[in-house]
Design a protein around this ligand. Sequence first.
Ligand SMILES: Cc1ncc(COP(=O)(O)O)c(C=O)c1O
Length: 381
Amino acid sequence: MKKTYLLAPGPTPVPEKVNLDMAAPMIHHRTPQFSKIFAEAAEDAKILFQTKQDVMILASTGTGGMEGCITNLFSPGDKVLVVNGGKFGERWGKISETYGLVPVWLKVEWGQAANPADIKALLDKEPDIKAILIQASETSTTVAHPIEEISKLTRDRDDLLLVVDGITAVGVYNMPMDEWGIDAMITGSQKALQLPPGLALVALSDKAWKANESSKCPRFYFDFKKERKNLANQTTAYTPAVSLVTGLRSVLQSMKEEGMENVHKRHNRLARATRSAVKALGLKLVAPDAPADSATGLFVPESVDGGKLVKSLRDDFGVTLAGGQDDWKGKVVRIAHLGYVDTFDTILAIAALEMALKKFGHDVALGKGVAAAQEILLEAY
Ligand SMILES: Cc1ncc(COP(=O)(O)O)c(C=O)c1O
């Protein structure tokens, strides 16, 4: 027998109750029954985003939400500052180029957070930059970029937008969209939202909606103006992902019951416990200075092939963690704290890591990481 455990930074486990809610018989989407579910989900999504703005619910993965932000806010030829400190920062630039925007790249060393002073220097040098495109949590490097600090550079300027990929940050950190003045924020269903992949949620500020009026990028499916008009009538422009929206309503109700502050605290506690375990095991964090609470990355010992380690964890131990990407392939393991993950999932991930490292010949004091994590995890009880 082998049980399996999913502790990668997306997709993440789905609670049993949510799976049951999503298994309800299909209903037609242009009906009062669906409109009620949709309207409740859209209303609660505002609590998640900490915004008064409409939150659009799109049948798409997170990347579709990112693409929609580019096509709905900008025009070909527009200059955008792209913070590129990992795979997803790079993706902002690639989408921008696809639509004829001109990325001004801010290269950030993998494992480091963007420095707001460097962003300011670039903005001063190129005053016609129209937006900063950034991740709140750069999942590939497990770094949290300092969004609140960066928002101070954009919030008082009418001609400069802050577009935040919050795909592994919304529902993880406190990121009050309206209070900080974030102009566009995106998340995806398969992360902190504890759902299968297939939904992107996007909200825009008034400033961003104004930019939408003059934006000339081609668009059809991801037309935010059309979505907002439909949202006012408690529906979507095209066939919504009915079951996922039903699941979204259920998850948001549970998150409300837990309290958003507690949801954030939970992610933080699991992340701190994991970081403490990594240190206790004498291993190095990949993002020691600005670690994200969404996932914890660590360098595997040089004597161990990280690719084989992650594969063995998955195939032999039944524990799915994530490896490293690009230059970090085979060198890094990432343990997620996202969504439906609790104390004992985290202990399990650390215990499995210790055992797998030992199996691969690394001298591990079994239980040392677990004990360090337990000290922190006990805070919850
Ligand atoms: C920070 C970040 N941005 C974008 C994406 C892409 O999202 P999707 O795979 O849902 O399109 C991911 C997925 O892992 C992510 O972590």
